[in-house]
Design a binder for this molecule. Sequence first.
Ligand code: ZN
Length: 139
Amino acid sequence: MKIAKEFRWEMGHRLSFHDGKCINLHGHSYKALIEIEGDKDNNGMVLDYYELKKWVKPVIEELDHAFMVYEQDQQLVRILKEINSKHVIVDFESTAENISEYLLNRILQNKAEYNIRKVKVRVYETENTYAETEYVRFS
Ligand SMILES: [Zn+2]
């Protein structure tokens, strides 16, 4: 059985390696679809949506209206600090692929032990582009 919940946030970023326009400072209305797979409990739930929100929301709050900046993009890190603008320093280029892995890892850190087999994170950078990663627990 599978359940899912959608989360949205606004975030600035740039890809410092990019040849095209993605090297410029810009932002997206990001959307993440979090899917949880497991067995229903006696109450008929895989996981309470409320619990799911408690896991994921704090991570999304950190990113919302922030600028995600690669630690090696040093000039930009310095400027963001100087102007005291909300930012999240990460050790990767902020591609949708990397952001989906980041979210998955952060979510798994928060998670309590439930009877969950699989957690999947799909990050939409635009309406029609996404990257997806998943964690499967073998037990
Ligand atoms: Zn972008």
